[in-house]
Write a protein that binds this ligand. Structure first.
Ligand code: ADP
Ligand code: ZN
Length: 723
């Protein structure tokens, strides 16, 4: 029997499995029914494609996405995997031909739509064959609780009974436990073999920018990804048309996509995008369901999405190939008001739920402090252990230390009070800045004692401060005009003159987005990459398939980095399997050789993935570790970064894991709540079982110390050992 890892390398040209692929494949090969939940781009297809090549018999794949079947089959054939599909998009003749292939046992994989599978014609075809694996893709369609219920899916159960010897695999990117349970029950999975991969897409850089001049901001982003594919999501059809037309007038390669366009035009635009004939699609959320394009390099949300769920799905379309991709959300309060306007017209449960969704995305967008991934993943019921991800705006920027904002905060709060708590933030700021605008004069607000006392900050800084006061609960905002009033907390604070800590935004644009390049990216020759892309495009057009069917961007980048000169070295490149090497290898080798001769370059052997040298200096854990070594206490660090003790400990651990030493501080020891005897017992346990896992230590001590205590103790133990 062939091993999964050798199929991965020889057929698909990949060196390593993605998370859970190996486990899922082995489970299926052991003929256990399996449910695999993986995010978009997680690599679900290989989970059944690899077993299909190892099993003797046929693998049937049920999928509702007719438009994707052709794409899947084209990609498989390019890898040399014999496969066909059957659905209503085929002509009678093509349909019969494909049936004949299956009947003669010439194909390993058959893709079918659920309604096709249920026809007597297909059922009788299959009854004469050995079906080894029945794969149900998009398995959430089985569940009424899913967002895409399809009644035909329920009947697949009947089909299953006809192939008692086939193992069954269900795949989905929708993870709620209710849907999972539904899938298991409906398919009567006897053993509950579930594999749930993390929904964290580490290769996506996630950022939120304050929307100021959205067209300029969009263009700046596009210009960073010259010639590379991207999607821009807008709120309405009109905005899509306007932005697409404007970008086209500026010479960008762009097409619109929304439900208001003719079917044919929509299909044409999508196809042009998939085939790399156009660079950018400007779209409403209608775009993206039926596309599988792996090399989308950026997704821009020109307007605020209506929910976190939708937002995560949309940015999920970027970077399926695992290469870095850039996701930007342009955020303004005006967009919130716009969505609110629509929500106002709703009623009852629908309205309540829309409000909830909006609040969640607004607080996500307003958060300038915490890792962006945390709320996103929490939303899907996943907790992240890491405090920082190093691939979102909030994690890559040095955290802005809190400063004492008591004086400006008191000015703002008392101005709200003096103006009788009847106005929004904009007007309050006008008063503070001593504006002579009509509204200020009409209300006689130029007579207030707070008039013109705020010239130390700009309008933007004041607005930013107002948002913080809202977020911290000093102010509340109500009604259509976002009228501000003071909370009890504010009154108390004014009375007691309590210090207020916050951030004063820098006067110029916030400098947090330092365009520092991610070190994880492969260094490759851009010139050669461009030539290889052109070659790929020509070959793809000739074969009538999308370019990524020939080779992925990753494959071309590696060629442009290692300059393979022989078939053998070509096979070391990611994404080059035996069949592709034979079929397309020579054409690409010729291009590489020519380029190398012209530029006097030599082939470089491809080493095993070099350990990623990320420049660490700006990471939060480095800052925290250094501050601690410089004498700052854990308590002070908790205050400064506004995080829990556990989080500081975690950061210090990372600092040590990165090869740095920590001083033995008294305050660190003071954090330990254990008695000296308990401490000794814990240290003895660490001596015995090591520090990698806490559970064995916890158990050795019969649970007398909880995990938080153990974390601190482990830290002390490690620091003492080091020194
Ligand atoms: P999903 O169906 O989960 O959204 P796909 O199966 O379409 O994901 O895989 C996404 C992309 O990742 C495809 O281009 C695929 O070839 C690639 N891929 C999958 N597994 C691996 C792997 N182990 N190594 C490298 N690339 C992979
Ligand atoms: Zn982060």
């Amino acid at each position: 029997m062939q091993m999964p890892a050798s199929v991965l390398k020889n057929t698909f040209g990949y060196d390593t499995f993605r998370p859970f692929q190996k486990e899922v494949i082995e489970n299926v090969l052991a003929r256990r029914d399996t449910l695999a939940v993986m995010p978009t781009g997680g690599g679900k297809s290989l989970c059944y494609q690899i077993p299909s090549l190892i099993f003797d018999g046929l693998t049937v794949v049920v999928s509702p996405l007719i438009s994707l079947m052709k794409d899947q089959v084209e990609q498989l054939r390019a890898f040399g995997v014999p496969s066909v599909f059957l659905n209503s998009s085929l002509s009678a003749q093509e349909y019969q031909e494909n049936m004949d292939y299956v009947k003669r046992g010439e194909v390993k994989l058959l893709y079918v739509a659920p309604e096709t599978l249920l026809t007597p014609r297909i059922l009788s075809l299959l009854s004469g064959l050995k079906v080894d694996l029945l794969t149900i893709d998009e398995a959430h369609c089985i569940s009424e609780w899913g967002h895409d219920f399809r009644p035909e899916y329920r009947q697949i159960v009947e089909v299953r009974k006809r192939f008692p010897d086939a193992v069954c695999m269900a795949l989905t990117a929708t993870a709620t436990s209710r849907v999972r349970q539904d899938i298991r029950q409906t398919l009567k999975f006897t053993t509950t073999n579930e594999f749930i991969a993390s929904f964290n897409r580490e290769n996506l850089y996630i950022e939120v920018l304050r929307k100021e001049d959205p067209t300029r901001q969009t263009i700046e982003l596009i210009d960073r990804y010259k010639d590379l594919s991207g999607i821009i999501y807008c709120f309405s059809r009109r905005q899509v048309d306007d932005l697409a037309a404007y970008l086209a007038s500026r010479g960008y390669s762009v097409r619109p996509y929304h439900a208001g366009l003719e079917d044919a035009e929509r299909r044409r635009n999508q196809e042009a995008f998939i085939r790399d004939d156009v660079q950018i699609v400007v779209a409403t959320i209608a775009f993206g369901m039926g596309i599988n394009k792996p090399n989308v390099r950026f997704v821009i949300h020109h307007d605020l999405p209506k929910s976190i769920e939708g937002y995560y799905q949309e940015i999920g379309r970027a970077g399926r190939d695992g290469l870095p991709a850039h996701c930007t959300l342009l955020y303004s309060y005006a967009d919130v008001a716009k969505i609110n306007y629509f929500i106002e017209k709703m009623d009852g449960e629908v309205k309540r739920s829309a409000v909830q969704h909006l609040n969640a995305i607004v607080s996500y967008a307003e958060d300038e402090r915490n890792c962006r991934r945390r709320p996103l993943l929490n939303y899907f019921g996943e907790s992240t252990s890491a405090e920082t991800c190093s691939n979102c705006d909030n994690c890559t920027s040095a955290p802005t230390p809190l400063t004492d904002i008591t004086v400006p905060a008191q000015k703002f709060l008392s101005c709200v009070k003096r103006a009788d708590e009847k106005f929004g933030a904009g007007h309050i700021v006008d008063i503070l800045l001593g504006s002579k605008n009509e509204k200020v004069l009409r209300w006689g607000h130029d007579k207030l004692s707070t008039y013109g006392i705020g010239s130390e900050l700009t309008k933007k800084q004041w607005m930013h401060l107002a948002r913080q006061l809202l977020a911290m609960g000093y102010l509340k905002q109500e009604g259509e005009f976002h009228t501000l009033s003071l909370t009890d907390k504010a009154l108390e604070s004014l009375r007691k003159r309590e210090p207020i800590l916050g951030i004063v935004q820098e006067a110029a644009e916030r400098v947090k987005k330092d365009g520092k390049k991610k070190a994880a990216e492969l260094e490759y020759h851009r010139g050669l990459f461009a030539i290889l892309r052109q070659k790929r495009k020509d070959m793809a057009d000739e074969a009538g398939v999308p370019p990524y069917v020939i080779f992925s961007d990753r494959t071309l980048m590696e060629m442009a980095a290692y300059f393979p000169q022989s078939q053998e070295n070509l096979l070391a490149i990611s994404g080059v399997g035996q069949v592709k090497a034979r079929q397309y290898g020579d054409a690409f080798l010729t291009v590489v050789k020519e380029y190398c001769e012209r530029h006097d370059l030599k082939e470089k052997p491809k080493a095993v993935e070099a350990s990623r040298d990320k420049s660490d200096s700006h990471r939060r854990y480095m800052l925290i570790g250094e501050a601690y070594n410089a004498g700052e206490t854990v308590a002070a660090l908790m205050e400064r970064y506004r995080v829990t003790m556990g989080s500081i400990i975690e950061n210090l651990m990372r600092y040590m894991a990165a090869g740095n030493r920590l001083r033995v501080g008294v305050d660190l020891k003071a954090l330990v709540k254990a008695s000296p005897e308990q401490q000794q017992a814990a240290f003895a346990a660490f001596d015995e079982v090591g520090t990698a896992l806490l559970k064995p230590v916890f158990e050795k001590l019969n649970g007398v110390l909880n995990y938080d205590d153990l974390k601190v103790l482990r830290m002390v133990y490690m620091v003492e050992k080091e020194n």
